[in-house]
Design a protein around this ligand. Structure first.
Ligand SMILES: [Zn+2]
Length: 317
């Protein structure tokens, strides 16, 4: 049971590890800032804001489900070299980032260090905050609310501005350059947003059934009617009973588009769409998930184009 209560996101920080306060980054104006980003979308922001002043490493490729990234030693080594770490927060990476940070033992990105940047601190509201008992032991993977805000360009503009400020604090000689690039990238996003909204106009006359809450922020921004999720709870596979409920609800409403990420269990998704007589949109989950989506703007271009195609397609009986 969830509701869309709005709560201050700044209060929701990923629990990491307690270490003594770290030393700051050594001043070296001609050396790029080494940035690690947990998600490809955040890597895009780091590159856009940092330009030639940063080297960016992404830990979770855009094609992989960020809930379940294997904590490989190679990722610890990358974290060990980072001057800054951008992470999503809201417990999205809690299964793999804390153990990687522990192994990396890098004072520049440990808890309390200026290089550790929780991008969810930029949000002024979080969707799908559980209203009932929260028990991660039951398998609910969104105990702090929906962590998938990077698919919402409104919230990413706030992240871009946050990253611009934080890079400037880490690397004061280039603070103006970070700020200027952040403003320019935010302006590019603002310019594209009306295009993406207009492109998906036909979808506002239909209903959307999600596989996972991954797309709720996008649907919230686009003004789409989300009728539910195929998953029983976030991260928990649907029971036959829940699947049947969703199929019946979709058939009763008609005009339903099922939306899933390419890393989802698409056999179940296709079965539900088929039984519901719904059209199906399988989307790249994050930037870089498929060719032509390496930049965040290109990613949202592909996402909105594919939604428009699905909106134009008739449901299959
Ligand atoms: Zn999720």
């Amino acid at each position: 049971m969830t509701s869309r209560i709005r709560i201050p996101a700044a209060a929701l920080a990923l629990a990491l590890f307690a270490f003594p306060l770290p030393p700051g980054r050594a001043a070296a104006a001609d050396v790029p800032l080494r940035v690690a980003a947990t998600l490809s979308d955040l890597g895009c922001v780091a590159l856009a804001v940092g330009g030639a002043d940063v080297e960016v490493t992404v830990l979770c490729p855009g094609s992989m489900d960020p809930h379940y990234l294997p904590a490989k030693p190679s990722l610890s080594r990358k974290l060990g070299q980072a001057d800054a770490l951008l992470f999503n927060g809201l417990e999205l990476e809690i299964g793999w980032l804390p153990p990687l940070l522990e192994k990396a033992r890098n004072p520049r990105v440990r808890a309390g260090a200026p290089g550790l940047i929780d991008c969810s601190a930029a949000l002024d509201s979080v969707l799908d905050v559980p209203s009932g008992a929260i028990d991660r032991g039951l398998g609910d993977i969104h105990p702090q609310g929906n962590p998938h805000y990077t698919v919402d360009p409104r919230r990413m503009i706030a992240v871009v501005e946050l990253v611009g400020r934080r890079f400037g604090e880490l690397d004061p000689p280039r603070a103006a350059a970070y700020r200027d690039r952040a403003e320019a990238y935010a302006a590019q996003l603002r310019e594209r947003m009306p295009v993406w909204r207009e492109r998906t106009a036909a979808l506002r006359a239909r209903h959307v059934l999600l596989n996972h809450q991954h797309w709720n922020y996008l649907c919230d921004w686009l003004g789409l009617d989300v009728i539910g999720e195929i998953e029983h709870r976030p991260g928990i596979a649907a029971s036959p009973r829940h699947v049947q409920d969703m199929v019946e609800k979709s058939r009763a409403l008609g005009d339903v588009v099922v939306v899933a990420a390419s890393w989802d269990h698409l056999d179940v998704v296709r079965e539900v769409a088929g039984r519901a007589g719904a059209s199906l949109a399988v989307l790249p989950g994050h930037s870089g998930a498929e060719p032509g989506t390496d930049d965040y703007l290109a990613f949202l271009d592909v996402v909105t184009l594919r939604l428009a195609e699905a909106a134009a397609a008739p449901g299959k009986e």
